[in-house]
Structures are given as structure tokens and as C-alpha cells.
Write a protein that binds this ligand. Structure first.
Ligand SMILES: Cc1cc2nc3c(=O)[nH]c(=O)nc-3n(C[C@H](O)[C@H](O)[C@H](O)COP(=O)(O)O)c2cc1C
Length: 210
């Protein structure tokens, strides 16, 4: 890395903890929610298996209907024989920045309850809860954790041997933070924490208005 890049990286990294510049919660909440975000810049370094397992461990403790724990995580770490299979599922756009990820995860949910085999309505909802736990844990650990829909769902199902009892939900890129100036220009321009809708747009006392 050049001295200029180091300087730029330093300036950018200095920005990251200052979430209040980008995000202003309307009510008093824990900073954990504001500090989690989805950068795309990653360094290309590996992470250890133990670090990755800490993310899955956090996900493991998510709540679920009947404690069915429908989440399943299929993964590949960079510099292993599994990497190309997972990387090849991604859209070209996602590949452009995921090439520097340390791990790629495909989240899958089991569609039925273990105890009676009946459809579990909230399998996606519960797996979403587990994904957020994983993302928050990654944020605590200073890792990039970035969810993705941009990949080939059909190929993921076939190539990762996902049965009809399961549903492919999303992919997740995990890595060490990198330099945003190494991203393609269009992505570099979007490399900052996003805002949210106002509470009034998403919360409705008594149901939706007629
Ligand atoms: C299920 C899911 C799918 C996503 N798909 C993509 C994707 O394919 N490519 C991408 O660059 N970002 C993707 N994102 C990232 C979102 O754009 C990002 O989470 C959102 O803009 C909110 O920003 P934040 O996570 O930084 O708070 C996805 C996020 C989620 C949760």
C-alpha cells in the first residue's frame, strides 16, 4: 500500500466510528445498532476459523418459533478448495468487491418444524434474526459483514446440495476492513453508512390506516 493510500485509509477509518455524522437515531438506543453497517471495502486478508465460528456462535442464540432454530450456514473461506464454488455464485457486481472477502456464507432456512414436520411459517423470519446476530457480532469484532441477494439462487441450491426441505435465503461476505479507494469508483462513492426511514413510516398504532 502506498503512503497516500495509507493516509487516505487512515482518514477514512477515522470516519467510521463517528456514526453520528451519518446516523441520528430519533430515540435513545444502544449504539450497537447504529455502529453496524455494511461496508464493501475489505483487505483480502484471511480471518481465522475461530473468528468465523464466533459469528456463527452469535447467530446460534437467536430466537425462533418453537425454538426450531431453522438457520443453516454453508460457508467457504478464502484460499480453500471451496472458495471458487461460492464466489462463482455471486453476481458480477458483488464479485467486484467480494474478491477481497475472507469468507462467504450462504444462509439457508429449514422450512418445517423438527418436532412435527409441519410447515414453519417463520423460517425466513427466524433465520433473518440469526443473520442480524451474526452481523452485530462481526461489527463488535471490527469485521466487515455484508449481506447479499445478488447471487444465483438456483445454482446455490444445486451446487451446495440444498434439499427441497430447505430454502436458500441470502449470502454474506465477511472480511477485514479495507481501503475504500480500492473499490470500483461507483462503489467507493457509496461507501458510507446509510440512513433510515422515519419511525412514523414504519410503525402504526392500531393497524394500517384505511
Ligand atoms: C438480505 C440482504 C441482501 C443484500 N444484497 C446486497 C447485494 O447483493 N449487494 C450489495 O452490495 N449489498 C447488498 N445488501 C446490503 C444492503 O444494501 C444494506 O444492508 C442496506 O443498504 C443497509 O445498509 P447498512 O447495512 O450499511 O445499514 C444486502 C443486504 C441484505 C440484508
Amino acid at each position: 500500500m502506498t503512503a497516500k493510500q495509507d493516509l487516505l485509509k487512515g482518514l477514512f477509518m477515522a470516519d467510521v466510528p463517528n456514526m453520528s455524522k451519518f446516523r441520528k437515531p430519533g430515540h435513545d438506543i444502544s449504539p450497537i445498532f447504529i455502529n453496524r453497517w455494511s461496508p464493501r471495502a475489505m483487505s483480502g486478508e484471511e480471518i481465522s476459523k475461530e473468528e468465523l465460528m464466533r459469528l456463527f456462535e452469535a447467530a446460534r442464540w437467536a430466537p425462533s418459533s418453537f425454538n426450531n432454530q431453522p438457520w443453516r450456514f454453508l460457508y467457504a473461506m478464502r484460499n480453500t478448495g471451496h472458495w471458487e464454488k461460492f464466489f462463482g455464485l455471486l453476481s458480477v457486481n458483488n464479485q467486484s468487491w467480494c474478491k477481497n472477502a475472507a469468507a462467504l456464507i450462504v444462509t439457508v432456512s429449514k422450512k418445517t418444524f423438527d418436532f412435527n414436520g409441519k410447515p414453519a411459517r417463520t423460517h425466513s423470519h427466524d433465520t433473518g434474526a440469526a443473520w442480524v446476530s451474526l452481523a452485530l457480532q462481526g461489527s463488535f469484532m471490527g469485521l466487515v459483514v455484508h449481506g447479499m441477494q445478488g447471487f444465483d439462487y438456483d445454482r446455490a441450491k444445486t451446487e451446495l446440495l440444498v434439499s427441497d426441505e430447505h430454502q436458500v435465503e441470502a449470502m454474506i461476505a465477511v472480511g477485514r476492513p479495507g481501503n475504500k479507494y480500492d473499490l470500483p469508483f461507483a462503489l467507493e462513492q457509496r461507501e458510507f453508512p446509510s440512513d433510515r426511514r422515519k419511525l412514523e413510516e414504519i410503525v402504526f398504532e392500531g393497524g394500517f390506516a384505511k
